[in-house]
Each structure stands twice: as C-alpha cells, then as structure tokens.
Design a binder for this molecule. Structure first.
Ligand SMILES: *Cc1c(COP(=O)(O)O)cnc(C)c1O
Length: 387
C-alpha cells in the first residue's frame, strides 16, 4: 500500500504521544482528568432534540438532501443573522449548509487553492487552516497572533510576496485556542487588506454565542465591505452542544458559496435534512435562554479555573469568549509540551500544550471548560498544589 505524498506531508498527530501516556496512566490506576478536548459535556438543548426526533420520524427527510440545503434552513439562518448580528443575507444565494465547519473549511482550500497558492493562517489556530492547504497540494503562511495586539495578526508583517500569492485567509474570533475576542478595528483592516490583495477571507465563527461578562461577539459579515471579500463559517457545535450532529453553514459572498457548492456536488451529498431541521430549531429565539444558561455554567467554570491558576502563580487573563482558558506556562519548563507532561505525570490532569496549535502557541497551555464542575475543581486543585 502506498499512501499519497500529500498525506505523508501532514505532521504526525501531536496528541498521539500524550494519548499513549494517558492510556498508560489509566492502566496504572491513576484517576486521569482530561481538560484537553473542547467537546461540550452537556446534552444538546431539549427543543433541538425534540425537533430532530420529529424530523427523523418523517420519511420526507430520509432521501438524499440537496447540497444547497432546505429553504427553511437557509431562511432560518438569514433570520438569525438579521436578529443576532444585524446582517442581511439573501437566503437564496448567500447561505448553504455544511457538514460541520471542519468539512467546509477544508473544502474551501480544495475549491480555491492551486499548488502555487498560499493560505494565510492564524497561528496558533485550528489545525485545518494549515492541514487543508497541505492536503490540496498548496501551502500556508502562518500569521502569528500577537499577544500584545490582543491576539490579532500583524497584517503589516505579511511580506509583499506572500500577500501576492495568498488566495485565502483563515481567521477566528472569539478565538480557539487563545480565548481572545476580536480586537478593535481588526475586521476593518482585514477587509481593506483582502480587497488590496484579492484574497477570500474565511472567518471561522465557532464561538460567537459563547461569551461572558456582557460581551456580545459580532459577525465578520457586519463589517462594511466584508461580504465582497469574505465568507463566514458558522458552527452549531459548541454554542448549541451539537458537536456530534455535524451542523454548520457558510454565509456571505455569493460567488464563493457558488464555487463551494460546485465542489461539494462532486464530494458529498449534503447535510441530513433532519439535522437541518434540528438546526432550524436551534436558531430559533426560544433557544436563546438555553444558550445564556450554558454560558453561565462556563463562566462559573472559567472563574474557578482562573482563580486556581492565579493561586498557583500563573498569570492568566479570563477570556471573554470560547470554552478555553489560555495560560502562560510557568517559568522553568523548556516547552509547553514539557510542562503538560509534567502536569500529567504529577497530577493525572491532561492540559494541551500551546505548541500543538502552531508555533506561536509555544509558551502557553490550554484548559478546556467542558468538564463537570466537581471534576474541573478537582483538576485545578491538583494543579494548584503542584504550584
Ligand atoms: C470546534 C471548532 C471547529 C469545528 O466545528 P465543527 O462544526 O464541529 O466541524 C471549527 N473551528 C474552530 C475554531 C473550532 O474550535
């Protein structure tokens, strides 16, 4: 068997070694608490499940969906964007379902990049921003997210040559893994940059509904001119506890969406219509209260984690959004990975090394808040005692 060269270009899974260590610890009887993965521990909200149960029982959902999506799904998205973000969308041409944001983000690389092209990728960032370009035979140029700029990329630092070759730019706010919310003026600067260099901006919106302290996250598409240069990929996975459902959509530039549609008609057969109907239920205003209650839970967990880290001498900034706490590695460790290994070894708690999300993540570690309060408390207490 000879796998493709492009597949062998993907770096080895950075958590592979960690997973082996976790398995060894568990086998040795250690009570391992994993704060590594961002996957909500709370069930999908009841009205969404109820709508899906009805939809699954309806034989009209059992046939092939269309890649374009149900009209009611696209209209629900347009209504949600108007209500939530003040963004007007044409449900006919500016919305399409996706089988999760991951599928969509990957396929945009396939739809827009040739071998000589590059994608500008936020670093640290979601691994598909670099894995996608690599797998389609193109390449990526990392845009370091600068802590002193509020984790914005410095667009002036992008070379003229890279800007000229770039056809895509991947951005994500509220940001995984840093927890940063979009710095003032960044989206405006991105629109101007994309116009100047003819780049399609892909704003990965996985966390706009998961925010704290009164912060309300905007849509990239609310920025003047954004729809001319960009798309937004909205995922229901995190905000609606729907990671297993694979429910997302792409909105924004109609020409870009038409290319994505053209590509997908050669790859998959669309999003199960019962899942689209679950998405319609999720985006209904009646579910806002469930989302708000969930955010109260994450806020409590965020504070519990940040208080414990501070007590352990870690200088952490509580995030205004996302389900992650991004904290600097204490002095005395040669790398984030070395610190995370030490934490696992000494306490049985799994936290993610920042370097796993890109070179600029080095020096930080990430704690996911998707663990029940008592377990989270137990985990941070063990880390606090480690000092
Ligand atoms: C979780 C996550 C995704 C994946 O979303 P799916 O819709 O579940 O594929 C995409 N981007 C970021 C930044 C994420 O954290």
């Amino acid at each position: 068997m000879r796998p493709s060269k492009r597949l062998s270009l993907i770096p080895p899974y950075l958590f592979a070694q960690l997973e082996r260590k976790i398995a060894d610890k568990k086998a040795a009887g250690v009570d391992v608490i994993s704060l590594g993965i961002g996957d909500p521990d709370t069930p999908t909200y009841p009205p969404i499940v109820a709508a899906a149960q009805t939809a699954v029982a309806d034989p009209s959902t059992h046939q092939y969906p269309s890649n374009r999506g149900r009209t009611d799904f696209r209209e629900a998205v347009a209504a949600f964007y108007a209500r939530r973000f003040g963004v007007t969308l044409d449900a006919e041409t500016e919305v399409m379902p996706a089988i999760g944001a991951k599928e969509c983000i990957f396929n945009l690389s396939l739809a827009f990049l040739d071998p000589e092209d590059v994608a500008l990728a936020s670093d640290p960032g979601y691994p598909v921003y670099t894995g996608g370009p690599t797998l389609v035979g193109a390449s990526s140029v990392l845009m370091p997210l600068v802590p002193s700029l509020g984790f914005a990329p410095d667009l002036d630092a992008i070379s003229a040559e890279d800007a000229a070759r770039a056809k895509l730019m991947f951005l994500n706010y509220p940001n995984n893994p840093t927890g940063a919310v979009v710095p003032d003026g960044l989206f405006e600067r991105v629109v101007a940059f994309a116009r100047e260099h003819d780049i399609l901006v892909v704003h990965d919106n996985a966390y706009s509904e998961t925010t704290y302290d009164g912060y309300v996250a905007p849509s990239f598409l609310a920025t003047p001119g954004a729809k001319e240069v960009g798309v937004e990929v909205f995922s229901l996975s995190k905000g609606y506890n729907m990671t297993g459902w694979r429910c997302a959509f792409i909105t924004g530039n109609a020409d870009a969406i038409a290319q994505y549609w053209r590509l997908k008609s050669n790859i998959d057969s669309g999003l199960f219509e019962a899942v689209q109907l679950a998405g319609v239920a999720a985006l209904d205003p009646s579910v806002d209260a469930e989302v708000a209650a969930m955010n109260d839970v994450y806020k409590r967990r965020r504070d519990l984690v940040c208080d414990a880290l501070r007590a352990a001498g870690v200088d952490v900034t509580p995030p205004k959004g996302t389900i992650y706490v991004w904290a600097p590695v204490p002095a005395g460790y040669e790398s984030a990975a070395a610190y995370c290994e030490h934490v696992l070894e000494e306490t049985g708690v799994v936290v993610s090394p920042g370097g796993a999300y890109g070179a600029s993540g080095e020096g930080f570690f990430r704690i996911s808040l998707t663990t029940p309060d008592e377990r989270l408390l137990e985990a941070v207490e063990r880390i606090r005692q480690l000092g």
